[in-house]
Design a protein around this ligand. Structure first.
Ligand code: MN
Length: 227
């Protein structure tokens, strides 16, 4: 699978970091049209890879709080997927836990409408925001993404290892899949696999790369063994 990450290639400034332009886009509301474009572009890319015979590659798309307040969001996603005849099981939406807790009943309602399209939902940066464990099982979510800060320090700090294992246990107890972010070396991968983590993501596999390079990366890593 792949996570869709937005970048801005500016004609004069070069590559502008999302850390610079996403907050501005959120403040100005421009994140809504940008988000519509990201959804459409992720669907276009998924369909292009499928139609080229490369495969149906799962793509996850990050959503911001501002986008969740956009009443068109469900329709935007629905029409983007149907335009490209996409099997929604290959589309995953990522939301942060703080965003989920903002307005719980409205959020549950929205998440149910998104889920009814057939896409899956994951909680991004899990462990760094404010999750109510009481609410967590009421959200129709499929996956927890362990924040990379825990994974990065896991091998040096027993507390981070304990937290990582606890999140995997919590997720599985609630019937959720768990993915670790920020996996950079094989020792971390082995540790996470031994702890029962379902999926891994990070520089061990690849740094963020343009879609055109993803295909070559995938062909070169076809035989990648589970650690
Ligand atoms: Mn993400």
């Amino acid at each position: 699978g792949a996570e869709a990450l937005v970048r801005w290639q500016h004609p004069a400034r070069g590559l502008v970091s999302p850390a610079r332009f996403i907050p501005v886009a959120e403040e100005s509301g421009l994140i809504v049209p940008i988000g519509v474009w990201i959804i459409s572009e992720a669907c276009r890319q998924h369909a292009a890879w499928r139609d080229q015979g490369i495969g149906e590659i799962s793509i996850s798309i990050n959503l911001s709080a501002v986008q969740l307040r956009d009443t068109e969001l469900v329709d935007t996603l629905k029409s983007a997927m149907s335009q490209r005849h996409i099997n929604p099981q290959f589309i995953e939406l990522e939301l942060t836990e703080s965003l989920l807790m903002e307005n719980v009943s409205a959020t549950i309602d929205l998440l149910q409408r998104l889920k009814s399209l057939g896409v899956s939902l994951s909680v991004d940066d899990f462990g760094t925001g404010y999750s109510s464990l009481n609410y967590l099982h009421r959200f129709p979510i499929d996956k927890l993404k362990i924040d990379q800060s825990f994974v990065t320090d896991m091998l040096d700090d027993p507390n981070d290892l304990a937290i990582t294992r606890a999140i995997i246990g919590l997720g599985h107890t609630l019937g959720l899949k768990v993915i670790a972010e920020g996996v950079e070396n094989i020792e971390e991968a082995r540790m996470l696999a031994a702890a029962g983590c379902d999926e891994l993501q990070g520089y061990l596999f690849s740094r963020p790369l343009p879609a055109s390079d993803f295909v070559a990366w995938r062909q070169n890593n076809e035989g990648f063994q589970r650690p």
